[in-house]
Design a protein around this ligand. Structure first.
Ligand SMILES: Cc1cc2nc3c(=O)[nH]c(=O)nc-3n(C[C@H](O)[C@H](O)[C@H](O)COP(=O)(O)O)c2cc1C
Length: 189
């Protein structure tokens, strides 16, 4: 079973991280999950749900505490065995910490380790509009080999529901790691 690390932070769109988690479980990945304290607040605010409710029934998920720097995810020799690291959604706070090498929690450390070990790192940054600091930090991540994906659904596939829009964005995230899926219809020009 292949391993993936998924970090969920307190930007709007926590639902993208939850959908990604569910799809990875269906695709038989083993997921190491880190949830920031603020992600729990946003989930409550946006969906009136707790992570305990969301995680019920998921079998291949291992949870790591936000402040547990003894986690295997904090170690390069362990993280190199992962297919990739997702931060979905990624707040501008977490973006800034990863881009500038600041480790205030395990999520920032996982981002740092992924960059130093060249483990694929994918950030779904959600903010609107962006200021210069956000743009500079996204450029830094890109220059270091990470991939920044905007939380923007497209409309050419004619979404009929919010689910369709979420699936499009999650499909784009899977594309980055070359994971096969049928979450959205590809453009046929
Ligand atoms: C309802 C709600 C929505 C938020 N949406 C965003 C957002 O879209 N993008 C963002 O960068 N921060 C957003 N924030 C602010 C972050 O939660 C805050 O910056 C926090 O420090 C992020 O911490 P974390 O990176 O450890 O999760 C939101 C906060 C709340 C309460």
């Amino acid at each position: 079973m292949q391993k993936i690390a998924l970090c969920i932070t307190g930007a709007s769109g926590v639902i993208y991280g939850i959908k990604l988690l569910q799809v990875l479980e269906e695709l038989d990945f083993s997921v190491d999950l880190v949830i920031s304290r603020n992600a729990k607040v946003v989930l409550k605010e946006e969906h009136s749900l707790t992570f305990e409710e969301v995680l019920k029934g998921l079998k291949n998920v291992r949870i790591h505490e936000e402040n547990d720097f003894t986690s295997p995810l904090a170690s390069g020799s362990r993280l190199v065995h992962y297919r990739g690291v997702y931060v979905v959604p990624c707040s501008t706070n977490t973006l800034s910490c990863i881009a500038n090498g600041i480790n205030k929690n395990l999520i920032h450390r996982v981002g740092e380790v992924a960059l130093k070990e060249r483990v694929p790192l994918v950030l779904l940054v959600r903010e609107a509009p962006y200021n210069e600091i956000h743009l500079e930090n996204m450029l830094k991540i890109t220059r270091m080999g990470g991939v920044v994906v905007p939380a923007s659904p497209a409309f050419y596939h004619k979404p009929q529901s919010i689910d369709d829009m979420i699936n499009f964005v999650v499909g784009k995230l899977l594309d980055v790691l070359r994971i096969e899926h049928n979450l959205y219809k590809r453009w046929r020009g």
